[in-house]
Design a protein around this ligand. Structure first.
Ligand SMILES: *Cc1c(COP(=O)(O)O)cnc(C)c1O
Length: 386
């Protein structure tokens, strides 16, 4: 049996996979089992921040593996403490809780908000407002947070206490705050799975204002948009807001699983021993890799990210068969005249891996992709959209 056959028989069919088997690669160039090379504009869904086999990341991970891979959270380890210090210093958050995925990071944020509401406002102040078209994860509670009916319908009843309101509609948001006993507003600055749509500045500022006025926890889900992806370390930094909780995962790990819930001043003391936990959370190997990623997301590097994003926008904007280019930084959605799926397949045929988000083609290239390689891939995309 080959990999395709084994996978089809023995792996639960929860993914619509493309007929490509990845066997290796370097940077943004991946190799298939068919010996074909692919330019990767998906980064394992915004995970491989510096592409495949990035030397510095590999060395950091290897060094920790050679030392030790895991201990329990009953003991201290330096990668866990060092990464937490770096994250807090770069964001102004006060402490962090570690887990292993974006969904878990959001679960922790939800627990923090619920406890905050219950302790400070009353036991029935548990409602969390999230946005329509949002995506917050696949666990049962983060599905409830996700404002998309299509994700809910087969798994009812979901965790109660979530209400959804349309993005960029300030009136609806205010009304929802007033009509519910709320503890938090939770949102992505750029809705990724929902179609790569950046929220409007006025809406983001109003959400913060409503949180302040009503003593709500402002949770920003930076699982996809965070860690340099939009040209700022975290996407909320484009807008000068101060969230109470920031969640992240994907790109922070650079290829290994990590989830982080950063707790700001308002909720920094919300957890006490025993109130949350994770066996693998803060794993020293994952944290060592993350330190190597985070330490290189400097202001100078992030300027380069913004320049690469401009190259993409200039090349694709107004091209034949391309109706709109949305998103922020290197988180890009392309509305195409053709079906997105058709464009993706055409790109694969011609050696470029791209993603979809709803009805759009989605690009999440490695942040350090070579500009010439990027231009080459963009020509393939343009051709596929015609
Ligand atoms: C991917 C994603 C998640 C879920 O992350 P997992 O690691 O798959 O659990 C949550 N929120 C956003 C915004 C995401 O893009």
């Amino acid at each position: 049996m080959n990999t395709f056959e084994k996978d089809k028989q023995f792996v639960a069919p929860t993914y619509g996979r493309f007929p490509v088997e990845i066997v290796g690669g370097k940077g943004a160039v991946l190799k298939g089992s068919d010996n074909k090379e692919y330019i990767d504009l998906g980064s394992g869904i915004a995970v491989n921040t510096f592409g495949f086999r990035d030397d510095e990341w590999v060395n950091a991970v290897k060094a920790q593996l050679d030392s030790f891979a895991h201990t329990s959270n009953l003991y201290y380890t330096s990668p866990c403490a060092d990464l937490a210090k770096m994250l807090c210093e770069r964001t102004g958050m006060k402490n962090v809780f570690y887990s292993n995925s974006g969904a878990e990071a959001n679960e922790c944020a939800i627990k923090a908000a619920r406890r905050y509401g219950s302790l400070n406002k009353g036991e029935d102040y548990y409602t969390i407002i999230t946005l329509e078209k949002s995506f917050h994860g696949r666990t049962h509670t983060t599905l409830a947070a996700t404002g998309q009916e299509s994700f809910h319908k087969d798994f009812l009843p979901l965790t109660p206490g979530f209400v959804h309101t349309p993005p960029n509609d300030i009136g609806s948001l205010r009304k929802t705050v007033n009509e519910n006993k709320c503890c938090a507003i939770m949102m992505e600055i750029v809705q990724g799975e929902g179609g790569v749509c950046a929220l409007e500045k006025e809406f983001i500022l109003e959400a913060q204002k409503l949180c302040r006025e009503n003593d709500l926890v402002l949770i920003i889900d930076e699982v996809q948009a965070g860690n340099g992806r939009t040209g700022k370390l975290y996407a909320y930094m484009h807008y000068g807001i101060t969230p109470d909780v920031v969640t992240t995962a994907k790109g922070l790990g650079g290829g290994l699983p990590i989830g982080v819930t950063m707790l700001g001043e308002k909720v920094k003391d919300i957890f006490a021993p025993g109130l949350n936990g994770s066996t693998f959370g803060g794993n020293p190997v994952c944290c060592s890799g993350a330190i190597s990623i985070l330490s290189r997301l400097t202001d100078e590097f992030l300027e380069e990210v913004t320049k690469k994003a401009e190259i993409i926008r200039e090349t694709l904007g107004g091209a034949e068969g391309i109706e709109d280019v949305s998103g922020l930084g290197l988180m890009i959605g392309i509305k195409t005249t053709k079906e997105a799926k058709e464009v993706v397949n055409k790109c694969i045929e011609n050696g470029v891996l791209v993603l979809t988000a709803k009805d759009k083609v989605r690009l999440l290239p490695p942040l350090n992709i070579d500009n010439n390689l990027l231009r080459k891939a963009l020509e393939v995309i343009k051709e596929a959209c015609k």
